[in-house]
Write a protein that binds this ligand. Structure first.
Ligand SMILES: Cc1cc2nc3c(=O)[nH]c(=O)nc-3n(C[C@H](O)[C@H](O)[C@H](O)COP(=O)(O)O)c2cc1C
Length: 188
């Protein structure tokens, strides 16, 4: 079972990237998944999506191929100005390259969604925006989306370890929800 995670910001210690990594780690350890993370730095290296393509650089091709081969996906975005960040949306838009595949976009895939914002309101609306995007791209957002308030909550210690028990429980629950459908997909 292959799971691809992407998201985060190019900020050192990005909380949205760390949360995606935490769900992937859980999938790897508890659910025997093979995982791949495209974090903030990898997303920042992707050129702006050009609909007139088809020339793509190595990073773009690696990202699209990884999603093409995935049985499940995890996406994490910061709440930027009340919505999904440009960095994350640029990566999502690149998946238009899968539009003519036998299995386009996130078709039939479970997609775990994560948002980190400085306030509660942006967390909720950005999570809702990500759900709409995944629906439009034929995926199945997991019932549990994770939205954290990076000012009111401090999920990670200085070493980057996830130390908030409530958020760790959400990470474990989301990994389990992704794994359940991804296993069916992988065995089909
Ligand atoms: C350009 C920009 C726009 C932001 N807009 C919002 C916003 O509208 N609402 C909010 O609650 N936080 C906003 N924030 C704060 C980030 O969402 C917050 O710091 C988040 O935890 C950053 O994620 P990261 O740790 O992965 O970098 C903004 C931050 C930046 C840099």
């Amino acid at each position: 079972m292959k799971i691809v995670g992407f998201g985060g910001t190019s900020r050192e210690g990005s909380s949205s990237e760390r949360l995606v990594a935490a769900v992937l780690r859980q999938l790897e350890i508890e659910h025997d998944a093979s995982v791949r993370l495209f974090g903030g730095a990898a997303l920042a290296a992707l050129p702006h999506y050009d609909p007139s393509g088809p020339d793509r650089d190595e990073g773009q091709r690696a990202f699209v191929e990884a999603v093409r081969g995935a049985d499940g996906v995890v996406i994490g975005s910061p709440g930027y100005h009340g919505g999904v960040s440009g960095l994350v949306k640029n990566a999502i838009d690149l998946l238009e390259d899968t539009a003519r595949d036998a299995r386009p976009y996130f078709h039939d895939l479970p997609v775990g969604l994560i948002v980190s914002a400085a306030g509660w309101q942006a967390g909720g609306v950005t999570l809702s925006a990500l759900r709409s995007i995944v629906h439009a791209m034929r995926g199945w957002p997991t019932p549990l989306g994770i939205a954290i308030n990076s000012v009111a909550q401090r999920p990670f210690d200085e070493s980057g370890a996830l130390v908030d028990a409530g958020i760790a429980a959400q990470v474990a629950a989301q990994a389990q929800q992704v794994a359940r459908l991804a296993r069916l997909h992988a065995d089909a």
